[in-house]
Write a protein that binds this ligand. Structure first.
Ligand code: UDP
Ligand code: MG
Length: 322
C-alpha cells in the first residue's frame, strides 16, 4: 500500500503563548512518522486560526514561510472550536488521505498518533483518541464530564466515553461527513453516525503547556447542551411524559379539592395550593425553555448560514493532491 498523506489539523484561538512550543512537536511527529515509512512526504501540519485577537496568525504565517511542513488557514472571525476544526477538516480532505485533529495546547499526548496511524493502516477509517486518566483535570471537571457522557448515551447519542476531539479520520469519511449539512455541530457525536470501521486508542491527558483554557463554565455548559440537543430529542419526550404524569396527579387533586369544598373544609388549603402553583409553574417554565431551545436550533438550521468563512491561507487555493 502506498503511504498515506497525513494532515494534522489544529484549531488555534489566541494561542501565541503555546504555539511556538507545540508547533515544533507536531513537525517532529510528522518527520518521525515519515522516517518510519508510515506516511507520505507530502504530510503537513495545518493550523486553523479561529479569528485570534493576538499574534497567533502572524506566528502561523512565519512558521509556514520557515518550513513547508506548516500550513495555515485563517477564519474571517472567531467561530468557536467546533467550527474551526470543521473548517480545517473540510479543507484538508481534498489534500490528504488521513487527518488527525488535536488541540494546540499540548494537553493530548501526540505520541498516540503512531498508534492511530497503525490502526488506519490496519483498516480503521476513524480512530478515536480516548483519555485513560484524567488526573490533571479538577475533580469537578472530571465528575461533570463523566456524568455528561453517561447522560448523553442514555439519551441515545452515540458517543465515545472520554473521547474529545483528538481523532484520526480518513478523507473518505470526511467526504461523506461533508453531506451532514446541519449548522449546529457536535463533531464527537456526529462522526459515529457516519459509520465505517472505527477503533479507539488510549492516551494520557496532560496539563496545558502554556496559556489559558478557552472553555470557562459557561462555554462548557453551552457545548454540553448543544451536544444533547443536536443528538437527541429525548428531553422533549421527557417533558411530554412529565405532562401526562402531572395531569393524572391533578385529577386526584381535583377530586380532593371538590371533596374538601363540599365538606366545608376549604380555608386551610393555602399551603398546598401555593406548593402546587409553584411546582407546576416551575415545570412549565423549564419545559418551555427546553422546547424553545429546539425551536431556536430549527431557526438557526433554516437559515443555512455558512459555518465559517476562510479569509486567508498560507498557500494557493487550487493546490490539490499531486
Ligand atoms: N479554540 C478555538 N476557538 C475557540 C476556542 C478554542 O479554535 O473559540 C481552540 C484552542 O486554541 C485549542 C482548542 O480549541 O486548540 C481547545 O481549547 P482549550 O484548550 O482552551 O480548551 P480545553 O482543553 O481547556 O477544554
Ligand atoms: Mg486544552
Amino acid at each position: 500500500m502506498e503511504q498515506p498523506i497525513l494532515y494534522i489539523v489544529i484549531p488555534c484561538y489566541n494561542e501565541e503563548k503555546v504555539l511556538p512550543i507545540t508547533a515544533p512537536m507536531f513537525k517532529e511527529k510528522i518527520e518521525a512518522l515519515q522516517s518510519a515509512g508510515k506516511i507520505a512526504a507530502e504530510s503537513r501540519v495545518l493550523f486553523v486560526n479561529d479569528g485570534s485577537k493576538d499574534s497567533t496568525w502572524e506566528i502561523i504565517q512565519a512558521l509556514s514561510s520557515e518550513n513547508a511542513i506548516y500550513e495555515g488557514i485563517s477564519l474571517s472571525r472567531n467561530r468557536g472550536h467546533q467550527n474551526a476544526l470543521l473548517a480545517g477538516l473540510m479543507e484538508a480532505k481534498e489534500l490528504c488521505d488521513i487527518t488527525i485533529s488535536i488541540d494546540c495546547d499540548g494537553q493530548d499526548d501526540i505520541n498516540a498518533m503512531d498508534q492511530m496511524v497503525d490502526e488506519y493502516l490496519n483498516g480503521a477509517e476513524i480512530v478515536y483518541g480516548v483519555r485513560n486518566k484524567r488526573d490533571t483535570d479538577t475533580f469537578f471537571k472530571r465528575f461533570t464530564a463523566q456524568s455528561y457522557y453517561k447522560l448523553l448515551n442514555k439519551m441515545g447519542g452515540e458517543i465515545i466515553y472520554n473521547h474529545a476531539d483528538y481523532r484520526l479520520v480518513s478523507s473518505r469519511v470526511l467526504k461523506e461527513f461533508a453531506n451532514f449539512e446541519e449548522v449546529n455541530i457536535f463533531l464527537r457525536g456526529m462522526f459515529p453516525m457516519v459509520g465505517f470501521k472505527s477503533t479507539c486508542v488510549y492516551y494520557e491527558r496532560h496539563e496545558r503547556l502554556a496559556g489559558e483554557s478557552h472553555y470557562p463554565m459557561t462555554k462548557m455548559l453551552a457545548l454540553a447542551f448543544d451536544g444533547i440537543t443536536s443528538l437527541s430529542i429525548k428531553p422533549i419526550r421527557f417533558i411530554t411524559g412529565m405532562g401526562v404524569f402531572f395531569a393524572l396527579l391533578s385529577l386526584v387533586f381535583i377530586v380532593y379539592a371538590l371533596a374538601s369544598f363540599f365538606t366545608g373544609n376549604t380555608v386551610p388549603g393555602w399551603s398546598s395550593n401555593l406548593i402546587i402553583v409553584c411546582l407546576i409553574g416551575g415545570i412549565q417554565l423549564i419545559s418551555l425553555g427546553v422546547i424553545g431551545e429546539y425551536i431556536g436550533k430549527i431557526y438557526l438550521e433554516t437559515k443555512h448560514r455558512p459555518k465559517y468563512i476562510i479569509g486567508e491561507r498560507t498557500y494557493e487555493v487550487n493546490q490539490t493532491k499531486e
